[in-house]
Design a protein around this ligand. Structure first.
Ligand SMILES: [Zn+2]
Length: 433
């Protein structure tokens, strides 16, 4: 028997309302029950190997889940692979990630989905769960074979990076998703309102002469999704919410019991559109960085539970792709290795918007509930996916040291307080600071 004993950490397990200093015992890849954790394993048994981990002053929590990452494989191996993306996830404290379907070929059919799952089983050090596309080739014209997706092993459907503009088609997608029991995730962007916008429509877009991406372009699709979630009585999750008006609409709908939710990415809180002053393409993402007023609304939405999930939108791009004129550069930045630190630093230390228990809940219980995953808990018998966090560790982000294949982060050189120090998947340490 192989046993790992994590000693003296502060166990925060929101799924079981646990917050206490205790030992956590892992036996053969699964979590032992608390009574066993208290009794010493037999050190003298020749069959047992015991690994001791000192977790004094550390948080011990269920392995974190990021439901929004781009691993770029198949098709864009020069940006990231499933192997390197999984390593970046592990280094960020994540034991499970959900990868978006905008690959080449797109994950809009069971065989590409099977390929991703096989590849992940071969090379990924964390759990990689694919999301399937809503429409064929994410073109928004014809539905993908959604009926075959649940059996293919996808955990959700989304056209992320794109957005279905035809509301009737989206309604049919939500209805089919309801029939096969898959949650719908949506990248909220109205193409007519946004046009060729690349930055938040406001002061800086005017001053710099860059085409604006107005908040209304997000809000109108959030409103559409609220209507469809209500009409179909099925969960729709709005990805990477950036605008104050979206938060207001989500709050009102959730109060009425509509099955709608929203997620926040760290960059939309860490930065405002001031950051584009230098035309740094590492500050170009979709949706764009917005105003200080929007940041305040996101913080308020996190504090009152309107925004219930934290995610990265990890979007690697090669340097040669980003080192072009602002208009021409692709949208997106790295996220997996910096998101936990940024959120601890900003939400807990700086703004005091939530406490650590809630932050962990937003990375475990909430995504597990949305996607119906057997994860996000330290219950006895569960697979031992565990993250150890030092919430007070001060460190400096170094893009050069990233596990990702790409380097596109605006946070290079940032001093951050809070970091995962060890990531355990199925009882095995896959990353350690
Ligand atoms: Zn997106």
């Amino acid at each position: 028997m192989s046993v790992t004993a994590i000693r003296n950490g502060r166990i925060i397990d929101p799924a079981n309302q646990r917050d206490e200093i205790a030992d956590l015992l892992i036996a053969d890849g699964r979590l032992a029950d608390q009574a066993e954790s208290r009794s010493e394993p037999d050190r003298h048994s020749p069959k047992s190997t015991i690994e001791e981990i000192d977790a004094t002053n550390l948080i011990v929590c269920p392995g974190l889940i990021d439901i929004h990452v781009h691993l770029r494989e198949p098709g864009f191996n020069h940006k990231e692979t499933i192997e390197t993306g999984a390593r970046a996830a592990a280094a960020g404290g994540f034991t499970t990630v959900v990868c978006m379907p905008n690959t080449s070929p797109a994950a809009d059919n069971p065989s590409t989905i099977a390929w991703i799952k096989d590849r992940a089983a071969e090379v990924a050090c964390v759990n990689v769960l694919p999301a399937g596309a809503i429409s064929k080739n994410l073109a928004g014209e014809e539905l993908a074979p959604l009926g075959s997706f649940a059996n293919a092993g996808v955990v959700a459907i989304t056209d992320d990076g794109h957005c279905i503009q035809n509301h009737e088609l989206m309604r049919r997608a939500v209805e089919y998703a309801s029939m096969v029991g898959l949650p719908v995730l949506d990248h909220c962007q109205d193409y007519n309102l946004v046009g060729n916008g690349v930055v938040h429509e406001g002061y800086w877009s005017t001053l710099l002469g860059l085409p604006g991406w107005p908040s209304a372009g997000e809000e109108v699709i959030v409103a559409r999704n609220i209507l469809l979630a209500e009409l179909c009585d099925h969960p729709i999750h709005c990805q990477h919410i950036s605008a104050a008006g979206s938060v207001r609409r989500l709050r009102e709908a959730r109060k009425r019991g509509v099955k709608i939710s929203g997620e926040v990415c760290p960059h939309h809180i860490a930065l405002t559109d001031d950051a584009i002053e230098t035309f740094d393409t590492n500050c170009k993402m979709n949706p764009p960085l917005r105003s200080a007023k929007d940041v305040d609304a996101l913080l308020q939405g996190i504090a009152d539970g309107t925004l219930s999930i934290l995610a990265s939108d990890h979007a690697p791009h090669a340097s040669f792709e980003k080192e072009v004129e602002f208009d021409m550069a692709p949208f997106g930045i790295l996220g997996l290795e910096t998101e936990l630190g940024l959120f601890i630093d900003l939400l807990i230390h700086k703004h005091k918007a939530i406490d650590l228990r809630r932050l962990i809940e937003m990375y475990t219980v909430e995504p597990a509930r949305l996607l119906k995953l057997q994860a996000g808990t330290l219950s006895a018998g569960a697979v031992a996916d565990v993250t150890l966090i030092d919430p007070n560790l001060e460190w400096t982000v170094s893009a050069a040291d990233s596990q990702s294949m790409s380097r596109n982060t605006p946070f290079d050189g940032w001093k951050i307080k809070g970091r995962a120090v060890r990531t355990i998947v199925g009882g095995k340490t896959v990353w350690k600071l």
